[in-house]
Each structure stands twice: as C-alpha cells, then as structure tokens.
Design a protein around this ligand. Structure first.
Ligand code: MN
Length: 510
C-alpha cells in the first residue's frame, strides 16, 4: 500500500460552507466538531483516514445543502453513540434534545445490516418506519451514505456490490422522491460505477463525446439568446449548462432503441429567471425566434412532477444543425429542484411564519401529487377522497399563525402517511398509495399477476382482497391460470394502473 499524504481536516472548510448560519450556530457546530474529533480519536477508516474524516465530510455535505446548525452538528456526531463510549445523557446536556433525537434516529438506521433476504426485508421495513418520524434523520442518513459511497473503493468487492445495490434500490429512489437531485445523481452514478463498471465506462465515454459536440452549439446559442432577450428588455436572468447523470443516461439508452443521437436532453441550457411570468416571457421569445421540436414542450410549472419538480422544458433547432434542450425556471424552483425537501427545511430551527407557510405549501403540493401516476381527474378524485379536512383547509393565514409548528409535524407525518411501502416475499419494496389493496399490489408487480390473482397472503396469513395494506406488510399473491378480474375489483383498487388493466381485461373477455 502506498501512503499518500492524508487530506487535512480543517474546521474552516466546514464553516466556509455555512454562510447561511449565524455566529451562534457556527459556535454550536464548532463545539460539535471538537467533541466528535475527540470522541473518535484513535479510530481509523479502511482508507487509513482518521474516522473523524467521515463524520466531517457528512457534516460538510449537510452544510452544502444548507441544513441548520442542529442537523450539521448531528452530522458530526452521528456515529458517536454507535462507535464510541459517549453517553446519550452527555449529548443531551451538551447539544440538547433535538440533536440527541436526530443522532439516535440515524444510529437506529445504521444498526440495520442488510444480510440475507429476511434481514433485508426487516431492515427496509424499519428503515421506512424510522424515517417517517422526521425527515431530517433521512437527510443525515443520505449524506452519510453519500460519503460512504465516495470512499467505497477501500472495501472488498462483495461489500461494494451490496452497498451499491442498496443505494440503487433504496437510497437513490428516496433522494429522488424527496426531490434531492443533487444527492440523487451522485448516489446513482457512484453505485452504477461499482455495479456495472464496463457499462459505466462506456456511458461515460459516450457522454464525453456528446458533451464535446454539444458544447459548440450550446455556447453559440447562449450568446444569441442573451442578445435576443436583451432586445426584449429581459436582463434579469442567468444561464448555465447542465449535463445528464450517467446512470440516468444509461437507463434512457436501454429504454430507447434509437441510440444516443436521438436523445436530446444529454446536455441542456438552463435559464433561471426572477419570476414565473418571466419564465413564460423567455419561452415566448425563444419560440418566436427558434423553431421548437414538436411534442417536446413540457410545462412542469403549471403541472409539476410528482416530486415537486417545476420547470419549463422545450427543445429547439438552433438553425445551424444543432438541437438543444432548454429548461426555464425561477431561482426558487431551481433550489427546490436541486435540494428538494431540504430547501424547505428551515435552517434556523426557530421558524418565522413566512417560512412555515412555504413549508406548508411544499408539503401540500407533495401531498396532492403523491397519490400516484393518476390522470388529473383521477387525481382530483383521490385527493378529495383521502385528504383529511384539516389539510384541505390549510394555507389560511389564521390557521398558520395558530400553531404552525404542529401543522408541519402533522404534514410530515401525512406526507409519509399517504404512501404505503409493502414488500414482496423476496424483499422488493412496492410503493403504493394509501389504502391500496392486494389487487393494486398484484398489478404493480405485473399485469399478468393481477389478471390471474385468486388470493393473497399478508404476512403469511390469507387475507381478503379488500384488505387495506399497511406499511411493512409482506404480500404474497396467489395466482391461478383460470382466475380473472371482476367488476367489483374496480371498487377495491386505488392505482390507475390497476384500474386500466382491469377495465381492459373485462372488456376483452366479454
Ligand atoms: Mn456514518
């Protein structure tokens, strides 16, 4: 083994990422820094680095996504209960109840080891239940995992594969669901490099070539665009280039048979404006000068994606042989797109009503969109059916002022409460809307399974088809060749996928 000079750990580097935090908060984090450094003294990572470097980098990621002092401090302290002889009482005394709660949450999750199928299932179940208590625990856990992935090269191959599989199956989808693109992309790409090293290299090559070719068009277009916008009096905006993640490109290439030259969103020009009105104005100016590709205009501002993502996408011909995807959004939408739920968790742990309001709006948006991939009509209906009254009444000033903090707590619970995570007997997680039935589950696995369902076992016991699935249920579907859906099933299902399949099958058989 060669001994490279180890990277120095400097408190300064962490504090530099904390421009959003006041001096009290910085003092608090400094105290946690000193405490953790001392507690982990003499411990080392596989890489040969001091163990403290891991918790330091975890905290740095949390600072980078603009978390508050309690969360950053918890990042520094997240392994002291597990790996040192620190007493929880000491943490409570020195850092308070909230930090202790966060560290204990992270520690609990960390204890779960993914060995073998049974345990795997069990851990996943606990994982979701534990995270539903406070989303900050999950964010710390994601930062922890991100740093572990970045230092995975020092672990044995078998462990690399296991950790990377977990990331692709659990952590990355969760980061995506929480809208944390920044972490999602890094997690996915690192895991991809370990699981399919050859495909990873191939995709990387492909991306490099495309980037080189696209850049010429992008830079030229960027200049023309700035001129065109200035001519219309638009000066308050910024542009940047964005490049697709490797794993997401790989998946897209596998889905499409067209080949890489037909994929137009490998690179894109991003325009960040000051207001929603300006987004549409910019779009109008662009379309009046450059011809858009038919069918490529997507208005995710008016119709956001289920994870809250907002932006206008369009693809245009540059006129000199190039085709460019353009994404237009406001600064706020941009923050949400990169950081997701993290951008809505106040960094000051004491919240002012404006922040509370924005959190409520965010959760409300997520809630109303997390009912699955329904059509708009379906969605409106499901929303009406399953949304409690107090949520529908939200956003009214008086309510917010009354007990904003409590409302957010309730909303957090509800955000997770609106989805159920259930498992196949082999441990795969199936994510379904609240009150979904075994029939939804069967169709979520495969339409064939749904169409030939004759019974279901929940946690090993036979259950009727109108049973409402609960978080952590293990569901086994019994099929028979001659079995088939009935009209009554339509009343028992929540997902549009199940409905569509049932209707199709019923018509077919009549
Ligand atoms: Mn850790």
């Amino acid at each position: 083994m060669t001994s490279l000079p180890k990277k120095e750990i400097k408190l300064e580097d962490l504090l530099n990422e904390m421009k959003h935090i006041d001096s009290d908060g910085k003092r608090f984090v400094t105290k946690a820094f000193n405490f953790a450094q001392k507690a982990h003294e003499g411990q080392f990572r596989q890489s040969g680095d001091p163990y403290f470097s891991h918790v330091f980098e975890t905290a740095r990621i949390l600072a980078e996504i603009k978390m508050g002092p309690n969360v950053i401090a918890s990042g520094l302290l997240h392994d002291v209960l597990e790996d040192t002889d620190t007493d929880p009482e000491e943490i409570r005394k020195e850092f308070g109840e909230d930090v202790l709660f966060l560290i204990q949450g992270v520690t609990k999750l960390g204890k779960l080891k993914y060995r073998g199928l049974k345990r795997h299932t069990e851990s996943l179940r606990k994982f979701f239940i534990a995270t539903s208590k406070d989303v900050r625990v999950l964010i710390i856990r994601l930062a922890d995992r991100l740093h572990n992935m970045e230092t995975l090269e020092y672990l044995p191959r078998e462990k690399q594969i296991r950790k990377s599989t977990e990331v692709l199956e659990i952590f990355a989808p969760l980061a995506y669901r929480l809208g944390m693109r920044f972490i999602h992309k890094k997690l996915e790409d690192t895991a991809f490099s370990y699981i399919q090293p050859e495909e990873y290299e191939k995709t990387k090559q492909l991306l490099r070539q495309r980037k080189k070719a696209d850049m010429k068009f992008l830079e030229k277009f960027d200049r023309s665009l700035k001129k065109a916008l200035a001519k219309e009096g638009m000066t308050k905006f910024s542009t940047s280039f964005r490049i697709k993640g490797l794993y997401s490109l790989y998946k897209k290439l596998k889905r499409k048979e067209d080949g890489v030259e037909k994929i137009h969103d490998i690179t894109a020009l991003r325009i960040v404006t000051n207001s929603v009105a300006d987004c549409y104005k910019v779009l109008g100016i662009i379309h009046s000068i450059w011809k858009p590709l038919p069918g490529r205009l997507k208005d995710y501002i008016a119709l956001p994606k289920p994870n809250g993502y907002q932006s206008i996408h369009t693809t245009i011909f540059t006129g000199d042989g190039g085709i460019i995807e353009i994404q237009i959004r406001t600064q706020e939408m941009h923050n949400t797109a990169e950081m997701g739920i993290a951008s809505h968790i106040s960094y000051k742990e004491r919240k002012v009503s404006g922040e509370i309001l924005s959190q409520i709006i965010w959760f409300k948006n997520i809630l109303s969109r997390s009912t699955g991939q329904n059509t708009d009509i379906d969605r409106r209906k499901t929303q009406r059916d399953s949304t409690p009254d107090w949520i529908k009444n939200l956003g009214e000033e008086s309510e917010v002022k009354k007990d904003g903090q409590q409302l957010i707590e309730d909303l957090k619970k509800d955000f997770f409460g609106h989805r159920v995570f259930v498992f196949t007997p082999s441990g795969d997680v199936i994510d379904l809307p609240f009150e979904a039935s075994p029939i939804d589950f069967a169709y979520a696995i495969h339409s064939y399974i749904g169409n030939h369902l004759t019974g279901a076992k929940i946690n090993g016991k036979l259950a009727s088809l109108d049973t409402r699935l609960k978080n952590g249920d293990i569901v086994e579907i019994v099929t028979k060749k001659t079995a088939g859906p009935t009209r009554k099933w339509l009343d028992l299902v929540k997902t549009s996928e199940a409905k569509r399949n049932i209707r199709a099958k019923l018509k077919l058989d009549q």
